[in-house]
Design a protein around this ligand. Structure first.
Ligand SMILES: [Zn+2]
Length: 439
């Protein structure tokens, strides 16, 4: 594994500088192998290629891709074993099952191989290298773990960072705390462990940063914050910089296909991991978005020959960026806006990513709010669920409602509700907003 990883990393070091057309040339060659494979061994795609009038063994162009239908989550769930290969090439190693967390309902199950694992690990390493991390440092993770596991005060410990870095370099130690721990326990633990790097969910980091800011708590050992799993806002980047004086670096990945994009070491844009996936961002008419435009994300997993994902609609929206000044040819997305259910449905039927705005205008009120979440209950009603230190007065409630309506630009009915605690969803994530009516 170590030598395979090193050789793949060496290749990734070269390919990152190729221009977009050269990258597509190589992707198309890999797609031809993949399509030939599904044409022989995957009944689900045999039907799809036949219906599209496409020869799976023919050279692949952008036109070929455009003619293939989108694979929706429900298609994948409904396909059963028909979407799995009947014969995985021996060189792809053993098959293992992957299950997505299913935060919005039924989980997705698919198979992956040792080759997909290899690419996953190579992207993990590429990310460490791009972000210039000292692998001898200490890595702390505050993430989802099984109930009762990695709880405070001690969490869990490991002698090395993980299967990717640990297999090729001697690394420092890694420590883990269950994200179900209270923020106070998390801060105590971080102060004792003194990690160089901290990885967590954006919503948890925002709560941590608020807590440290309020208490004047510094974490001087920290050198970098890493994020996964949720949308990173500009507000969070600024807060992390202000409170701990360290940069925040993000990456965009999914259970189904591994790394999709990694933040550029020289900018806040994300470089698509073209060696692992072909990623398309499409507008409502199915055309490729241009820089500055937002569209839905489709991915084609280039190396998963076990459960091939071809034009799979992952459920996220992203904004396409212009080529990056760093010189890497890997195309850029400037931000990931979140999932369908993170869109607000307006009374006129349009769907937008809502802005709830910064809270400085009502600082006296928001300082009482320890945690919150917005849920759109119907086309007219948005509920703000809150955990507070002191209940808001009637005047404060009214001011808060007005601010929310002003930020959203529509006269929604705003319901405020008080709670002892807010629970993350099944994957341990905590979304600031989701809509029960966004389809
Ligand atoms: Zn760049």
């Amino acid at each position: 594994m170590a030598s395979l990883l090193l050789s793949l990393l060496y290749q990734l070091d070269q390919t990152q500088w190729l221009d977009e057309e050269a990258l597509f040339f190589h992707q198309a060659r890999q797609l031809q192998l993949l399509f030939g494979h599904v044409g022989n061994t995957v009944p689900f795609y045999q039907r799809r290629f036949a219906e599209a009038g496409l020869d799976p063994t023919a050279p692949v162009t952008r036109e070929t891709l455009n003619r293939l239908p989108v694979l929706r989550r429900t298609d994948l769930q409904g396909a059963g074993n028909d979407i799995n290969t009947t014969a995985l090439p021996k060189s792809h190693g053993k098959i293992h099952e992957v299950e997505t967390s299913g935060s919005t309902g039924r989980p997705v199950r698919l198979n992956a191989s040792e080759v997909t694992n290899l690419f996953w690990r190579a992207c993990v390493m590429r990310e460490h290298l791009w972000q210039g991390r000292d692998l001898g440092g200490k890595l702390a993770a505050i993430r989802k773990a099984r109930a009762g596991v990695a709880m405070p005060p001690h969490g869990a410990k490991s002698e090395f960072w993980g299967p990717a870095s640990g297999s090729i370099y001697p690394t420092g130690s890694a420590v883990l705390l269950n994200v179900a721990s209270s923020i106070a326990d998390q801060v105590d633990w971080l102060q004792r462990e003194e990690p160089d790097y901290l990885i967590s969910f954006p919503s948890n980091l925002l709560a941590l940063a608020d807590y440290c800011q309020d208490g004047g708590i510094d974490l001087p050992s920290l050198r970098q914050i890493m994020t996964v799993g949720e949308t990173v806002t500009l507000e969070l980047r600024q807060k992390v910089q202000a409170v701990w004086s360290v940069p925040l670096v993000d990456s965009y990945s999914c259970q189904e296909a591994g790394y999709l994009a990694i933040q550029c070491p020289d900018s806040n844009g994300y470089h698509i991991q073209c060696e692992n996936v072909l990623l398309e961002v499409l507008d409502e008419e199915g055309r490729a978005c241009r820089p500055g435009e937002v569209g839905r994300v489709l991915i084609t997993s280039l190396h998963n020959f076990a459960t091939p994902l071809i034009r799979y609609e992952i459920g996220d929206y992203a904004e396409v960026g212009a080529p990056c000044a760093c010189g890497r040819g890997l195309p850029v997305i400037t931000r990931v806006l979140g999932r369908y259910r993170n869109r607000l449905v307006l009374p006129d039927g349009r769907k937008v990513f809502p802005t709830f705005g910064y809270h400085d205008e009502v600082r006296a009120i928001t300082s009482k709010i320890r945690a919150f979440r917005y849920i759109q209950r119907s086309v007219e009603v948005i509920e703000k669920l809150m955990v507070v230190s002191h209940r808001l007065t009637n005047e404060e409630e009214q001011a808060l409602r007005s601010l929310i309506v002003k930020n959203l630009g529509f006269d929604f009915k705003i319901v405020l509700s008080y709670h002892e605690k807010l629970s993350p969803d099944g994957s341990g994530k905590f979304e600031e907003f989701f809509s029960e009516v966004a389809g």
